[in-house]
Design a protein around this ligand. Structure first.
Ligand code: NAD
Length: 374
């Protein structure tokens, strides 16, 4: 994510290919092709939104064992030409934002990966579901919990999967800390700290337009600390408090948060203290403290390599390209009914949206907001 942050700091958001580090795409959780079930189905994905992250995902898919980039949905014909040439995508698998409902008649596409500005996700995912295709949607899944729930409902009604692009849920060092916590090696979990932020550049980008972003740093980067608090502590929070600071109200307009600190309380009595910001550099750190041990990760959610240490020593799990592992694992979830160690379904996304709603409410009211994530 450091690459992305630097990119966002420096660049205008013109579509440009980002260098993807050459990393081992295989991890302990991804089976090599020869150990896949005999009839393992390949997930044929169309990417919607050929921007910076869509480009990264497309590159990562090239190393997948059971996911294939089969199509694109874009409003920019010149990008479609480039992508067709680069990835050998047939013209019949290319759509724009007006005509992509016709994907329902295309037997060569199984799923659409929505990688557009946040506020567009809801309608786009619902259209994908109505076209009978599985939906993979980037984080934040929506701009509030009600919209997220509408997406879950639409996918359920259509009988398709809805998966959220939570790539950290498949990252080996992250999973190792989760394994240690589940095995009791950290004892009773008492505290989590999550720091997520970078200095955002170009004030004209969609990330600073509340109509398209649905917020500011919280929707974009703070969500990593929210989601991380849940999978590191291993419980669902029951209350939230939050405070907001805005040093540049011109750049960070009404409805666009710059810096928010928030606290989460968990049923066991564990607490989390987190920071989300668009105004501080290089904040990508998780710290987990238990009665018998601790884990710290820095970087904790960037594109990698993820680095960390626990009371037992450094984390040494394989370095992977997150999106490669994510896509092959999602193929297994869709076709083999595999259960992710940490869920990536729509319901998981809605929980994060409920916490974001509660954080915004806590800032408005100045009080503690109770949460019921079920
Ligand atoms: P981007 O601006 O680079 O790309 C957005 C794409 O959406 C562009 O191709 C743009 O043309 C297209 N688009 C379609 N309709 C648009 C409209 N009305 N306004 C503006 N653009 C429109 O953004 P990005 O960094 O690729 O982010 C896209 C999504 O991916 C966001 O939801 C973001 O949170 C998510 N993301 C996730 C990760 C991750 O690590 N999981 C990383 C980066 C971004």
């Amino acid at each position: 994510m450091k690459t992305r942050r630097i990119f966002l700091q420096k660049a205008s958001l013109s579509a440009m290919a980002l260098a993807v580090p050459t990393l081992n795409p295989l991890s302990a959780m991804t089976k090599p092709a020869d150990t896949l079930p005999k009839n393992a189905q390949t997930l044929r994905v169309a990417i919607m939104g050929l921007g910076s992250y869509g480009t990264r995902v497309a590159e990562a898919i090239q190393s997948c064992t059971r996911t294939k980039l089969a199509g694109v949905i874009s409003g920019t014909p010149s990008k479609v030409v480039d992508w067709r040439e680069k990835y050998g995508i047939p013209e019949k698998n290319c759509y724009n934002y007006e005509n992509f409902d016709a994907i329902k008649d295309n037997p060569d596409i199984d799923a659409v990966y929505v990688i557009t500005p946040n506020a567009l996700h809801k309608d786009q995912v619902i259209r994908v579901a109505k076209a009978g295709k599985h939906a993979i949607c980037e984080k934040p899944m929506a701009v509030n919990a009600a919209d997220g729930q509408a997406m879950v409902d639409a996918c359920k009604a259509a009988g398709v999967h809805l998966l959220i692009g939570y790539r950290m849920h498949f990252e080996p060092n992250t999973l190792e800390v989760i394994r240690m916590r589940k095995a009791g090696e950290l004892g009773e979990i008492r505290f989590f700290q999550g720091l997520s932020g970078f200095v955002i550049g170009d004030p004209s980008q969609w990330r600073l337009d509340p109509e398209l972003s649905g917020g500011g740093a919280m929707m974009d980067i703070g969500i990593y600390s929210i989601n991380g608090a849940r999978y590191m502590v291993g419980e669902e929070p029951i209350w939230v408090t939050a405070q907001e600071v805005k040093t540049d109200p011109e750049k960070f307009n009404e409805g666009v948060d710059e810096t928010i600190t928030f606290q989460l309380g968990f049923p066991s009595g564990a607490i989390a203290s987190c920071l989300s910001t668009y105004n501080m550099n290089d904040l990508d750190r998780f710290y987990l403290n238990g009665s018998k041990g601790w884990a710290e990760m820095q970087p904790s959610t960037g594109y990698g390599p993820i680095k960390g240490t626990t009371h037992k020593g450094p984390l040494t799990e394989p370095i992977v390209t997150h999106q490669t592992v994510q896509m092959d694992e999602m193929a297994a979830i869709i076709f083999d009914d595999k259960k992710a160690e940490v869920p990536v379904n729509g319901e998981e996304g809605v929980k994060d949206m409920k916490i974001i709603d509660a954080i915004f409410k806590a800032i408005k009211t100045g009080g503690k907001v109770d949460l019921n994530l079920g």
